[in-house]
Design a protein around this ligand. Structure first.
Ligand SMILES: [Zn+2]
Ligand SMILES: [Zn+2]
Length: 321
């Protein structure tokens, strides 16, 4: 079996803003975002297994066009969610309904799609996506509320040679209880995808409060840092260019540099790039992905940070097993 990790994304920069004329919004090229497919091919090159991480807006379009999933090759064996925020679940209805109808047409059993997520995210999905939850999903929830910096048991995916381990992260915009929004309910997970030949870390969404990454205080945090370290590919949330001196729902590129120095990945891939002009001329706002990559690479070299940094594109493929 051969395993490929393929980048999904948006059909426009993240996110075009109604009424904005920045370079990002003017750029019509599709942009990578926080979604990847782990596709396993059998000896005949057929798609034998597909795990989809996050299903944000327009991800379904990427799946329609993927040479590994288009037409009769379509399959969805697992859906894995980092968290419940709309930019990570927006296409749930479109994907699940269309896949369900297509399986009926093919005279296949339209069984619910297995879903793994943290229990805090499950609560939000039941509230905001009750129809999809009740009709099209077979949930496997973590049943815990462990704090950021905790390694959770591997996912029950049963794919030989592949282990997927969730690690809890802090993303305070998502870490709220669905029933009582004043209470904290840790809802977001990063994932470590390991095969015999490669380690990939999907580290999104995170806020700028995950100091345990650079300064682990407990045995659990040290274990979590070890689990995230020395990846061949580190996909990381790099929403802002500038770092702010206050809690923000996403990290700045300065935070990313500190995390990368500790985690020492071979390749750092920046995702979740935002950047609309904020009216205060802050750097990074309005940059295209090309500009982001150029500026990030200058700093990577100047500061002698580990490995290489790039901004991935939709359809980029990484052979991970
Ligand atoms: Zn989020
Ligand atoms: Zn997000």
């Amino acid at each position: 079996m051969k395993h490929l990790l393929i980048v999904n994304g948006l059909e426009a920069p993240l996110l075009r803003q109604f009424g904005c004329d920045c370079a990002r919004c003017a750029d019509s090229a599709p942009q990578a975002n926080t979604s990847v497919s782990l596709i396993s091919l059998n000896g005949r090159g057929e798609t034998a297994h597909h795990i989809l991480f996050d299903i944000g807006m327009a991800v379904t379009d990427n799946l329609f066009r993927s040479p590994y999933l288009a037409g009769t090759r379509a399959r969805l064996d697992w859906l894995v969610l980092t968290h419940w925020h709309p930019d990570h679940v927006n296409d749930l209805n479109r994907l699940l309904v269309s896949y369900h109808l297509n399986r009926i047409r093919r005279q296949e059993e339209p069984t619910p799609v297995p879903l793994w997520c943290r229990s805090g995210t499950a609560d939000w999905l039941q509230r905001e996506h009750a129809y999809e939850w009740d009709t099209y999903l077979q949930p496997y929830c973590s049943g815990e509320n462990q704090p950021p910096g905790t390694v959770l048991p591997p996912l029950p995916i049963n794919l030989p040679g592949v282990t997927i381990t969730p690690v809890t992260v802090s993303h305070y915009g998502a870490d709220r209880c669905a029933q009582d929004k004043q209470s904290t309910c840790y809802s977001c997970a990063a994932y470590v995808v390991e095969t015999a030949v490669a380690k990939t870390v999907l580290l999104w969404d995170i806020d700028n409060q995950n100091e345990w990454l650079v300064n682990p205080q407990t045995e659990a945090e040290e274990t979590a840092v070890r689990q995230l370290s020395n990846a061949d590919y580190l996909f990381i949330d790099a929403t802002f260019w500038s770092v702010k001196n206050k809690p923000t729902t996403h990290p700045g590129f300065g935070n990313v540099q500190r995390y990368a120095r500790v985690l020492t990945p071979s390749q750092t891939l920046l995702v979740h790039l935002s950047g609309h002009p904020d009216g205060r001329d802050n750097e990074g706002w309005g940059w295209t992905n090309g500009r982001w990559q150029t500026e990030a690479q200058k700093i990577w070299i100047a500061k002698n940070l580990p490995g290489q940094v790039t901004v991935p594109s939709i359809g980029d493929e990484f052979v991970v097993g």
